[in-house]
Design a protein around this ligand. Structure first.
Ligand code: SAM
Length: 221
């Protein structure tokens, strides 16, 4: 008999703690099915990771959230559900098809506040993005192309409130971010290293950071 692996443990945890209105909301699964049928890649956050975003947003009392990388709107849904009704959520996506599916998913699950999708290259959108009238964003979730991680990070600081939080997904790349990694150093890995280099050079003047290696249904990240 085999010992449980990380995916088994994730399933066990999910069966215990996914919340009926968050990770266990059936409209989320329906949205994933819609995305799969339209050929979108299945690279969204896991249900437990999504619900972790909800915990963060709710515990901070965040009112305005920015996301970079919408895909079919799975993580966006967790973020939107955790905001108060007067909140705001903006999400940036390159692919018109991904944006269309995400929009359909938001309508089907009656999300409120309704996410505003900005279609186009995220860096261009981000550079033009205005600080919301009600005040800067409380939280930014970066989950798009990794080669521009540093540009996204630096640019989103402009629209983030003091004490706000930036969450960067896929920051470990199965360990390849370590300089001794023998595996090919992709532009994704280089992009993430550039972000760590920036944080090192900042010397704690601008940001207080941490990095957490996770293992779960999606492997080592
Ligand atoms: N956050 C989503 C979730 O967990 O449900 C997953 C996002 S997926 C990992 C990355 C998304 O970033 C894809 O939909 C891709 O089309 C988009 N993307 C890639 N390059 C981009 C760019 N330059 N600007 C904006 N979006 C981009």
């Amino acid at each position: 008999e085999q010992e449980p692996n990380p995916a088994h443990v994730d399933s066990y945890l999910a069966s215990k703690i996914l919340h009926p209105e968050y990770g266990a909301d059936p409209t989320l699964e329906e949205g994933l099915t819609r995305a799969r049928e339209d050929g979108l890649p299945e690279i969204q956050v896991s249900p437990l990771q999504g619900q972790m975003l909800s915990v963060l947003v709710k515990s901070m009392g965040a009112e305005r959230v920015l996301e970079i990388g919408t895909l079919g709107g799975y993580s966006t849904s967790f973020l939107s559900k955790s905001l108060p009704p007067h909140g705001q959520i903006d999400t940036l996506e390159l692919s018109p098809l991904h944006a269309k599916i995400a929009q359909e998913n938001f309508l089907a699950s009656d999300l409120f506040p309704f996410p505003r999708i900005h279609v186009g290259k995220a860096l261009g959108t981000l550079k033009k993005l205005k600080i919301p009238e009600e005040g800067p964003y409380d939280l930014v979730f970066i989950d798009a192309n990794k080669d521009q991680s540093l540009e996204y990070f630096v640019e989103c600081l402009r629209v983030l409130r003091k004490g706000g939080v930036v969450v960067v997904d896929n920051a470990i790349r199965v360990g390849r971010i370590h300089p001794d990694s023998k595996l090919d150093s992709t532009i994704e890995v280089q992009g993430l290293r550039a972000l760590y280099d920036w944080i090192e050079a900042d010397g704690g003047k601008t940001v207080l950071s941490s990095a957490v290696q996770t293992v779960g249904a999606k492997g080592w990240e």
